[in-house]
Design a protein around this ligand. Structure first.
Ligand code: PLP
Length: 231
């Protein structure tokens, strides 16, 4: 079942890439496993999946302890500064950085482990009241500040588009984030590479890919509905 779902999502990724003249090799599928049991993750691991996304630090720590060490863990949820120390040693990428204070904490914890942690800047591209993330206008200034931190490397931008019935309604937001990414990349800021765009979830990842997404974060379409809601 899970392996079939994974295969279907990968096929849709391939088709979306073909439609938009892109190579599917440039796309990372991050399987969002929050609230899902370790055995499900192992099933997908055995089907070849290596990138998994989690939202809650306690859950992430437990899964990291228990599961194979070559899994690449992505922190995709809102991150409290006092929790960074628990994941700094192994986290593969933090998608949800939206303040210089959080970036400074990541810097401190990454330095302790002699690591450079890749991060994405979370942008509230549709300007929703309820969302985390900086506004499009604030992104460049934040990136310039973070670029001075030697153990944090900005790799690009992340967004969660508004929940809509018809994913076409979110196309404009994905397009806007892609434009913002190109604008910032063109500034050639030292120690910053803006080549990753984390956008697209189960209901809208195909549209996001057509607009240039390089990391899609897909939970429900792979694992099925979550039994309990986000804490
Ligand atoms: C839960 C979550 C996802 C996955 O959502 P699905 O609709 O289940 O694919 C992606 N990104 C973030 C930030 C999430 O919190």
């Amino acid at each position: 079942m899970l392996a079939d779902n994974l295969r279907e999502v990968k096929e849709k990724i391939n088709e979306a890439c073909r439609r938009s003249g892109r190579s599917a090799e440039d796309v990372t599928l991050c399987a969002v496993s929050k609230t899902k049991p370790e055995e499900d993750i192992l099933t997908l691991y055995n089907a070849g999946q290596r990138d998994f996304g989690e939202n809650y630090i306690q859950e992430l720590r437990q899964k990291h302890d228990d599961l194979p060490k070559d899994i690449r863990w992505h922190m995709i949820g809102h991150l409290q500064r006092n929790k960074v120390k628990y994941i700094a040693e192994y986290i593969s990428m933090i998608h949800s950085v939206d303040s210089i204070e959080l970036a400074r904490t990541i810097e401190k914890e990454a330095a302790k482990h002699g690591r450079i942690i890749p991060i994405l800047i979370e942008v509230n591209i549709a300007g929703e009241d309820t969302k985390f993330g900086v506004s499009a206008d604030e992104a460049e200034a934040l990136i310039r500040e973070i670029s001075l931190l030697p153990h944090v490397q900005v790799r690009g931008l992340m967004t969660s588009a508004p929940f809509v019935e018809d994913p076409e309604e979110d196309r404009i937001h994905f397009r806007n984030l892609a434009h913002l990414s190109v604008d910032i990349a063109n500034k050639n800021i030292d120690n910053v590479t803006v080549d990753m765009l984390s956008m697209g979830m189960s209901n809208d990842y195909e549209v996001a890919l057509e607009e240039g997404s390089t990391i899609v974060r897909v939970g429900t379409s792979i694992f099925g509905k979550r039994d309990y809601p986000a804490k």
